[in-house]
Ligand binder design. Structure first.
Ligand code: AMP
Length: 189
């Protein structure tokens, strides 16, 4: 099994790159943001709760998020591997993910981080907001999301560096150039 984490701030291009990778390597793409938005669309109990949190730019509680992820993974017993996009976002999530994979003798092969400076992130997200219809792609919520990223998610870089599976790449450039760099990392694993 080949499991990859595509890591980065909101607007760094994780979704775009995960889609390409999933196609190229036949891996199952899990975007936890997409999973939550689907639940919001269906107005499930969980969806309603998630909607409020997401529109404030905050994070869904770890326990809930870990349960959701477990369910998505167990619905894909035939997967050759997973691309995690938007998960983990906190240390407890990172620990839970490793534990879940280890239970089945699996692990994360690489954490690939896309680095983009904050000005560019804000510009990209504002632009996306013009077409995405997402309640969280407005300036106020974007700024909150970036703060949450800095405080809660960025510390995972140190965690994964310590584990020895962290790879950082420049997230500014053409989609093709960036995906080429990601492929080079995967093929060298
Ligand atoms: P994304 O599409 O990845 O930008 O996620 C959109 C929003 O969904 C985030 O701002 C969070 O509110 C929520 N979310 C997505 N993934 C997670 C996660 N792993 N942990 C907590 N909240 C999450």
């Amino acid at each position: 099994m080949l499991n990859l984490v595509i890591f980065g701030a909101p607007g760094s291009g994780k979704g775009t790159q995960s889609d390409l990778l999933s196609e190229k390597y036949g891996l199952f793409h899990i975007s936890t943001g997409d999973v939550l938005r689907e639940k919001i669309k269906n107005q499930t109990e969980l969806g309603k709760k998630a909607e409020e949190i997401i529109s404030k730019g905050q994070l869904i509680p770890d326990e809930l998020m870990i349960d959701i992820l477990l369910k998505v993974m167990s619905d894909q017993p035939e997967a050759k591997g997973f691309i995690f996009d938007g998960f983990p976002r906190t240390l407890p999530q990172a620990e839970a993910l490793s534990e879940m994979l280890q239970k089945n003798d699996n692990d994360i092969a690489a954490v690939i981080a896309l680095t983009v400076d904050e000005n560019e992130l804000v510009n990209r997200l504002l632009k996306r907001g013009e077409v995405s219809g997402r309640t969280d792609d407005n300036l106020e919520t974007i700024q909150k999301r970036l703060t949450v990223y800095r405080n809660q998610t960025e510390p995972l870089i140190g965690f994964y560096k310590q584990v020895g599976i962290f790879h950082g790449i420049d997230g500014i450039g053409t989609i093709d150039h960036i995906s080429g760099q990601i492929s080079a990392i995967i093929e060298a694993l």
